[in-house]
Design a protein around this ligand. Structure first.
Ligand code: PRX
Length: 566
């Protein structure tokens, strides 16, 4: 029997207090996610249970019990306090998926800091755009990533501590310290910061269609949503071995790669290695993974390898599969039934929502290609894109609107209340995605309602790419869009008009691609650059990405009455 039981019954009279009760939380109590994921499990008799199985590409393995987690997160929290860091300080995690990433995330929360995870493949400019505006005080990193921080630290006056978890004492520079978790004396008892519901917890930067990335700020009360959705949608049960593919640099990797599973006292396995089909299957086989949270791009890559590869491994431990980040095409659902005897359950949500909002539940019939139905306690609708009034019409396509008020909703964009406010119209939080609802209440994703590019489940902002392109000596103007891709759904394509004196050609194309990769990230790097004489613009001078995108996707061009040179 699944945890959720009957979806229909769960909807009736649903109240978030149900989750609060399960977590023994009463309004006004102290609530600290770091404590819930570690100490509470020990108090519940799980001290000796394996909490965390970690493995890297080389096959090195480590395991931690919940009591190990409790003590190690105490040790980190106490170290941060000794450094002089204070509750409310933004403390960045710029690490590969090493154990210190997971433990420091919880340690930061335990001392009242705001954890700011950033994807370790980010280049110096992406990093700068997120550390500067956040006024980040400290950053955890590894030797291999420290050069990127050194490049920008002079323009980051707030960044007082660069904490290198595998640092070389001979090579330390200004503001750098070494924190070697293995050799740091253990701290058995730590006074966990008495955070309450609205105390800030996590700051996740996310890319939008305009401007630089925005920091979605979450609070400790988000636990109420993350705990229950992990329990009901991922269906986590006491004996499960759970694997989430997502990197904690993105919200899936924190909400469901740290908080949700550990608040449920579940054993979690982490593989610190890139995608490789056989490696992944071996990992499932070796650790007897039961619940797997993955993403469409990974599933499409697995599909490409075919059923023969599947049959080489014993994947019989798997019992429940979920997916997130991009549309999960019907074909992928059918294939997973053939390959694993199980359907991937699509889940839809965002950095801003903090937890799943529309999903397929265990036990509910799956309509392959649909995102499923709203989570109990989430009031969702489809809004008319012009009036932002609910459409209330079966099959009509509009933008997804959510009634604000669920526990894990973001509370603001860091120092950007104006943009935060602009996301709420007629009392709805407007997600920026288009969808429709069928006669049975299932939601069907149609596409983004803006220019944000979704590559392999990661959002990339065209403005960030265009700004980076403009920094290259040769570029006069540019536009970045998503172009169709079989595996990643979209990849970045850039249109570039050159300054006089520069010659278009493959060498320059490669040079510009690498320029963006280094500054931003491999995800943001254009896979193709088309050199053009000029870009289509509105009369007010705004580049019409919409037009370029429609051409690229072979879609109708739509209204071009505002085009500059029509
Ligand atoms: O466009 C939607 C897409 O990813 C966006 C959110 O991205 P991010 O904030 O980075 O969070 C990703 C992981 C929660 C959404 O606005 N998206 C997410 N899940 C789905 C999806 N698109 C289609 N189907 C999904 N299941």
């Amino acid at each position: 029997m699944s945890n959720i039981g009957s979806y229909g019954e769960r909807l009736n009279d649903f109240d978030w207090s149900l989750s609060e009760q399960e977590l023994d939380y009463n309004k006004g109590d102290v609530i600290n996610i770091g404590w819930y994921c570690t100490d509470r499990n020990c108090e519940q008799g799980l001290a000796e249970k394996t909490a965390f199985i970690w493995e890297n590409a080389a096959g090195d393995e480590r395991t931690y019990t919940f009591d190990d987690m409790r003590v190690l997160t105490n040790t980190i929290a106490s170290y941060l306090k000794e450094l002089g860091l204070e509750p409310g300080d933004r403390i960045c995690l710029f690490l590969d998926r090493v154990p210190e990433l997971y433990l420091s995330f919880l340690g930061i929360l335990k001392m009242g800091g705001i954890a700011q995870p950033l994807f370790s493949a980010f280049g110096d400019e992406s990093l700068h755009q997120r550390l500067g505006p956040a006024g980040t005080s400290a950053i955890f990193t590894q030797r291999k990533h420290v050069a990127k921080i050194r490049k920008i630290r002079d323009s980051l006056p707030d960044l007082k501590h660069i904490i290198v978890v595998d640092g070389d004492p001979e090579k330390l520079r200004e503001r750098e310290v070494i924190f070697d978790l293995d050799s740091t004396p253990r701290v058995e008892e730590f006074d966990v910061h008495p955070s309450t519901a609205e105390t800030p917890s996590v700051l996740h930067y996310t890319s939008g269609t305009t401007g630089q990335p925005k920091g979605a700020l979450h609070v400790h009360y988000s636990l109420i949503s993350q705990y229950l959705s992990a329990r009901w949608v991922l269906d986590l049960q006491p004996d499960d071995i759970y694997w989430c593919n997502a990197d904690p640099g993105w919200v899936t990797g924190t909400s469901y790669g740290i908080i949700g599973p550990w608040a449920n006292g579940i054993t979690q396995a982490v593989l610190d290695s890139g995608f490789q089909t056989e490696r992944w299957y071996k990992f499932i086989e070796k650790h007897r993974i039961t619940v797997w949270y993955s993403a469409p791009t990974a599933i499409r890559l697995l599909m490409r390898e075919g059923l023969d590869t599947v049959s080489k491994f014993d994947l019989s431990s798997l019992r429940h599969l979920c997916s997130v980040g991009e549309p999960l095409n019907a074909e992928a659902v059918h294939w997973s039934m053939e390959a694993y005897g199980l359907a991937f359950h699509d889940t839809y949500w965002q950095t801003e929502t903090g937890s799943m909002v529309i999903t397929n539940y265990p036990g509910m019939p799956i309509k392959a290609g649909s995102m499923g139905k709203p989570f109990p306690g989430i009031e969702a609708t489809i809004l008319d894109p012009d009036t932002f009034e609910p459409l209330n019409e079966t099959g009509s396509v509009g933008v997804i609107g959510l009634k604000p008020g669920w526990p894990s909703m973001f509370r603001t964009y860091w120092n950007n209340q104006e943009v935060y406010d602009s996301k709420f119209i007629n009392g709805w939080y407007v997600c920026g995605d288009r969808a429709s609802i069928d006669a049975d209440g299932y939601y069907w994703f149609q596409g983004r309602d803006d220019d944000t590019i979704n590559t392999g489940g990661h959002l990339v902002g065209p403005f960030e790419i265009e700004s980076a392109l403009l920094e290259h000596d040769s570029v006069a103007e540019s536009a970045a869009i998503g172009k169709p891709d079989e595996v990643n759904m979209e990849v970045v394509k850039a249109f570039v008009a050159l300054k006089p004196g520069f010659e278009a050609g493959p060498d320059l194309e490669l040079e510009i691609m690498n320029f963006v990769r280094k500054r931003l990230s491999p995800l943001a790097m254009p896979q193709e650059i088309e050199f053009v004489d000029s870009l289509p613009k509105t009369r007010s001078g705004k580049i019409m990405r919409r037009l370029l995108r429609a051409q690229e996707w072979g879609e109708p061009i739509g209204d071009i009455s505002s085009l500059e040179n029509d």
